[in-house]
Design a protein around this ligand. Sequence first.
Ligand code: NAD
Length: 356
Amino acid sequence: MSKKIAILPGDGIGIEIVAEAVKLLNVLKQNGLDIELHEAPVGGAGYDAAGKPLPDETLALVKQCDAILLGAVGGPQYESLPRELRPERGLLGLRAELELFANLRPAILYPQLAAASSLKAEVVAGLDIMIVRELTGGIYFGEPRGIRELDNGEREGFNTLVYRESEVDRIARVAFDIAMKRGKKLCSVDKANVLEVSELWRERVEKVGGEYSEVELSHMYVDNAAMQLVKWPKQFDVMVTKNMFGDILSDAAAMLTGSIGMLPSASLDANSKGMYEPIHGSAPDIAGKGVANPLATILSVAMMLRYSLNQPAEAQQIEDAVGRVLDKGLRTPDIMAEGCAEVGTEAMGDAVLEML
Ligand code: NAD
């Protein structure tokens, strides 16, 4: 049966970069990949089309699909809207409605782009880390939360960091499964020296690890993990961590690579249905100019093939094609370097197709 893919370009450069990814998906389809593509509005485009950032029809569509490709949402024209109508609400709604609890954030640095990093080339060249972040639990969602007044009139803010065993087990399984498909090394990041939640986290990760004897499991406190990420990031293969730690560490890891225009991401549910998107936003400063880097979105398609459509060989082909385009010296302005040829969004997308 053919797999259904929802295409949600969103706003700003989302429209331009998703168009390149759709060209690629159509070529894969012509070559025998059994997929159907269905486009729908989300974010500001959802508000323009149906008065809300996650229109009912879009939600109904994504629920029926096996995978979702999202561009980016947001733009200055929507910033004065009430909070519940802002484009970002469309994204949060998708994550919550689809129970996308596992966020996969690779930090990959193609050797050809090593000079783009703020770290020394030998520290980062060839970097390939996968950070698995728990996305629907932890302190961002824990109750009770709020700001209250104490007896002496002073106010106090409070949030709750809470994880159930089942929540830890399911994210640990995702991380171990991914480690099995990669270098078979998993580092679980916590703060077990201070937090009871982390003590339980560590215990459950160990327990799930019992089912994966081939994976080498290690544990690291989050403060040390932050330090090690900038000291010698290539020591890591897969990292798994709570929502807030993952939020911070994955952004730090992304910056090791120097360009947000290159990094894909995935958010998965318990059945490997996933939403795939570049980590960057809608870049209103360059929207409509035809200069946005489409590679993060194209690499998101590769992740979709690997994690939701079970086509690892095709995924690898796309990643290799991107590498060869970089070898050829083609660069969008955000990754431009001396001696290279500057190209726009469309030409970059076409070059990847040609390499395929
Ligand atoms: P941004 O990621 O859109 O842009 C940051 C900078 O990176 C800009 O200078 C931009 O031109 C550049 N950039 C981003 N993607 C690029 C690409 N593919 N190629 C070349 N350059 C690229 O972040 P921002 O400016 O803080 O936010 C802009 C809008 O995007 C806001 O409305 C924000 O809320 C939204 N946003 C959406 C998402 C999402 O949809 N997942 C994520 C972050 C921000």
